[in-house]
Design a protein around this ligand. Sequence first.
Ligand SMILES: *Cc1c(COP(=O)(O)O)cnc(C)c1O
Length: 478
Amino acid sequence: MTSVSYISTRGGAPRLGFEDVLLAGLARDGGLYVPESWPALDAATIAGFAGRPFAEVAAEIIGRFSGEELPTRVLGEMAADAYATFGHAAVTPLVQLDAQTFVLELFHGPTLAFKDVAMQMLARLMDHVLEKRGQRVTIVGATSGDTGGAAIEAFRTSKRVDVVILFPDGRVSDVQRRMMTTPTETNVHAVAIDGTFDDCQALVKAMFNDHAFRDSVALAGVNSINWARIVAQVTYYFVAAVALGAPHRSVAFTVPTGNFGDIFAGYVAKQMGLPVADLVIASNENDILPRTLETGTYEMRDVVATSSPSMDIQISSNFERYLFEASGRDDAYVRNAFASLAQSRRFDTGRVAMGLSQEFSARAASEADVAQAIRHVAATSGYLMDPHTACAYVAASSVHKAGRGVPRVVLSTAHPAKFPDAMEAITGSRPGLPPRLAGLMSAPERFERLANDLATVERFVESRARAVREGQTAKGGA
Ligand SMILES: *Cc1c(COP(=O)(O)O)cnc(C)c1O
């Protein structure tokens, strides 16, 4: 096994190995890490995934990105442990809706959203590396609802990691908030910020760019910019496609998209050799990506609140990784694009535009489309989709680039019980939580309310970070 090196999309950060990228999150030049080259899997290897447990496939795929830094046996144990927290033996089962359409259920983890698939693995990877190095880190993350709960749930038993999650006050569902505010472990902290998700994300980015602060608390990231999360999500593209006949047959995927992390994992699977007929970007009324495909211009607008809040986003952070690839790994192109975005809230995708519309299809679903899709599918097949999944169903039904005979997989990113108010407004009844979450709605909550102000939030994080109290001086990402 060889080592795998990672480079920044902005060209100004040190080259790192997998373990350092895992702990660093955002690169020091403000860019995102990507592997120097894509590991390739041949058809026989892909075919060999058929019928194997999810955890084994996960260990094999993640191993291609960690190289010699993590022994295969250790990865296998971590994956087995991570996916034992799921409530379904298949981990991410496929459900057939009609002759051509399949739902890939990614919500059987402890917080009922697809974020658990990556986060459960990430927590174990981080604890392993920190234990080995005798270090602590402080995770600060922003959440539009699901990442926060998944992170707090995955790290609440960690001995080496303190977690502070910023969420937009009043803009997450009660179930989402309670998943963050009811765990009693003292190393996890939920903070309600007076602002939007993009404000929370801007605070996190600012903390990462404040190098003195970053080092003093040994900051680490778990947002979808963290490379290990993307890698962990690649697994289910392989598992689902192989179950439907890959590598002998190609498969189309439709992905409810916010930060572009999940769909980028599909793009990675394709780079590794999985025959993917089409990758469809599904959005809600926050349609920056469909607009970009149509006009060639990436242009931010104000966020509107929808029934699929985890996609109420105007900055799709991981899109930067795709721009880097599509521009022929041109870091100057990426720097210019993001300088323009910071200055005028827009940039022209320019020479990347053509590749973008060949690589992806895109469709935005209106609130009316979502409601109609949920009712239609419930009536015709008795299957209840959540609003995020419904955005993808709408997109899959209207985009036919992949052609007849190609199985269409709709990624289902959340359990309907995670959004009971939205579901009740659409269907007239509230879906019940699975029995294992019975105590959630009555457990006492604990959280902090803070202003949308960098200094205030940094002071709070410093007061909770054990890395500071023990005087550990971080070596940053190096
Ligand atoms: C996070 C999330 C998404 C969007 O995923 P990205 O990786 O940010 O594109 C979609 N649906 C649900 C339920 C989510 O939690």
